[in-house]
Design a protein around this ligand. Sequence first.
Ligand SMILES: NC(=O)C1=CN([C@@H]2O[C@H](COP(=O)(O)OP(=O)(O)OC[C@H]3O[C@@H](n4cnc5c(N)ncnc54)[C@H](O)[C@@H]3O)[C@@H](O)[C@H]2O)C=CC1
Ligand SMILES: O=C(O)C(=O)Cc1ccc(O)cc1
Length: 306
Amino acid sequence: MIFQRVAVIGLGLQGGSIGLAVQEFLPGVVTTGYDISADNRARAAERGLVHKVCDTAVDAARDADLVIFCVPPGVMGEAAAAIRDVLPAGCLVSDVGSSKQAIAKALGEALPDHIVIPAHPVAGTENSGPDAGFAHLFRNRWCIVTPPEQTDLLKLSTLVEFWEALGANVEIMTAEHHDLVLAVTSHLPHLIAYTIVGTASDLEDVTQSEVIKYSAGGFRDFTRIAASDPTMWRDVFLSNKDAVLTMLQRFTEDLTALQRAIRVGDGDTLFDHFKRTRAIRRSIIEEGQDDSRPDFGRGDHERGSA
Ligand SMILES: NC(=O)C1=CN([C@@H]2O[C@H](COP(=O)(O)OP(=O)(O)OC[C@H]3O[C@@H](n4cnc5c(N)ncnc54)[C@H](O)[C@@H]3O)[C@@H](O)[C@H]2O)C=CC1
Ligand SMILES: O=C(O)C(=O)Cc1ccc(O)cc1
């Protein structure tokens, strides 16, 4: 058996999905869970997201051999500190946060006597809360594991096995590299979506109802991303500040180059750029990473329902 008792702290999209996936794919593993919100605890119990929803984090964690923090990045440290006194000595500590260096530091400082191996399932939706989770969220999705140097290899391989059992493909890299890669593939796109949707809604000469009425595919896709949880994304940008600012600088330079091409009527520059980006999209589809296909990574499940 991989782990016997898994404690999930935070029963929203990620925590709920892990709880459901463990029950479906690792029968025999006992799951406990805790959420700071009493409403979310009640809903998690109704949906059976874990075997036992506890009234305190301490109760959820006291017998665990794996604890996974599924809370917003900014509260990982305080959520971990809350269970410091009861966490069994051999219990492995992990998380699912979207940034890795800052969270690894926060967890390590809160639980200095435990092995911490951070992870990030690159799997999610714009929905959040205890109604959003589903057991197949991780199927065919990457889970990036970022072990610190000299990590216990047995613990690492057990965590890898755990994520594979939930359907994920696991990749191992440093937390630093993770933060740089995800800054450009996930964090910057979210920032751009938040910006464009805000810009469209602030216009004086175009009404809100026109924006809604004439939102063609491109803008609609941005509104989905821009509907993502504000607390989580505030924390993502603040916790991965350096890498996001680096990528934002590059992005701004590239945007300025396209802006100039439009201003001077340089069609070749625009055409060449769009041709190159189309090729990138096609190679993503060839690699089977196209999640616009209706069955991609979801089995019979819809995306989260919140
Ligand atoms: N939303 C997404 O698509 C993805 C999110 N993540 C990461 O997963 C983590 C959780 O995100 P979601 O599940 O989407 O958020 P969520 O908002 O659905 O769930 C978070 C839950 O944590 C609870 N919570 C907040 N503070 C707490 C505390 N101190 N103790 C216990 N519970 C607490 C909240 O009440 C909420 O139910 C974040 O760190 C995020 O960066 C990772 C991959 C994808
Ligand atoms: O819904 C989407 O398109 C996402 O990009 C989901 C997502 C959000 C945050 C992550 O750290 C990983 C995946």
